[in-house]
Design a protein around this ligand. Structure first.
Ligand SMILES: Nc1ncnc2c1ncn2[C@@H]1O[C@H](COP(=O)(O)OP(=O)(O)OP(=O)(O)O)[C@@H](O)[C@H]1O
Length: 301
């Protein structure tokens, strides 16, 4: 069952007044809220909470003349796993990277629209980009531990941001983060060995532990299992389901089975458009848009 109007009418009215003008010009209420009439939005009767974790409206990204994201509006709910899916080049990573301003340094990239974290526009000129990345962590496609010890990989962020007071507290953060990433038992006797000595799957869990150590609210994952074997993939997927108890997760995946296993909702992208969004089962099993149907049936990929 679908509702082609919007899944969050009530939220829009409530939040539009709290989102600040990103460029410091004009009345925030004058923002075009969305062009999402073209996005199929599946009804989700269970969803009643008006408190969104993230809110994006009419987001456009240009790389020079390449219009990579075309007016995307989607919400991210607290403690959900939202999967961004779609064929190669449709803009999943670009959109993900916009959520914590990772595209800022990309030459030629221009980002327009509104992206808010708990009602605050993260592109506001007064919003500290370091704070954005602290509150919204990122796990990359390929494991990328720092060329430092396991301990230092985790301790680096909390130390840099002054999140801990003294060695004892830092030790606790390191242990807790590794435990929450399901890695402590495997590495507790080699904390001062290089992180790069670990297996690929362990390295990815180390990167997740590194993200957790900063106590983010949202964790972005860009195809976190794409370089891993099935056993490591399974471990990371179980970890994602555990993480959503404490964090909100937005994950890019090509893998429909993975989306079904780990995500609560799917946002399906095609050539820079968000064409369909809703509960995972609804989008994958009962797609309404022809483009989504073709993708889930394996005709485009
Ligand atoms: N740094 C960049 N500079 C210029 N163009 C870029 C850059 N990153 C992405 N693009 C372009 O933006 C469009 C969307 O790319 P993006 O990587 O976001 O897609 P994707 O859906 O994540 O693809 P994939 O699944 O293959 O990773 C493509 O046309 C791509 O060439």
């Amino acid at each position: 069952m679908t509702d082609t109007t919007t899944e969050m009418d009530g939220n829009v009215a409530e939040l539009r007044n709290t989102v600040r003008d990103p460029k410091g010009q004009g009345d925030p209420k004058s923002y075009r809220i969305s062009k999402d009439g073209e996005t199929t939005r599946h009804e989700d009767a269970a969803w009643a909470d008006k408190d969104l974790k993230m809110y994006t409206r009419d987001v456009h990204v240009h790389y020079g003349d390449n219009h990579a994201i075309k007016g995307v509006s989607v919400d991210v709910r607290p403690n959900e796993v939202l999967a961004l899916m779609g064929p190669s080049g449709c803009g999943k990573s670009t959109f993900l990277r916009c959520l914590n301003r990772m595209n800022d340094p990309v030459p030629n990239a221009r980002i327009d629209g509104t992206i808010a974290l708990e009602g605050e526009n993260i592109y506001d000129k007064d919003y500290d980009v370091v704070m954005v990345r602290l509150r919204i962590g990122m796990v990359a496609q390929a494991p990328n531990p720092f060329p430092k010890s396991i301990y230092e990989n985790i301790a680096f962020g909390p130390r840099l941001h002054g999140l801990t007071d003294g060695k004892e507290e830092l030790d606790e953060v390191v242990e807790n983060s590794l435990r929450r990433a399901g890695l402590w038992e495997e590495v507790k006797d080699q904390l001062h060995q290089p992180g790069t000595n670990l297996s690929g799957g362990q390295q990815q869990r180390l990167c997740i532990a590194r993200a957790i150590a900063n106590e983010p609210e949202v964790i972005l994952m860009d195809e976190p299992c794409s370089s891993l074997d099935p056993v490591s993939t399974n471990t990371i997927e179980e970890l994602i389901m555990e993480l959503k108890k404490s964090f909100t997760v937005v994950i890019v995946t090509h893998d429909m089975q993975q989306a079904e296993r780990v995500s609560d909702r799917v946002a399906y992208f095609h050539l820079g458009d968000l064409v369909e969004v809703g509960p995972t089962n609804a989008v994958i099993r009962d797609a309404q848009d022809q483009r989504t149907k073709e993708y889930v049936s394996g005709h485009i990929g």
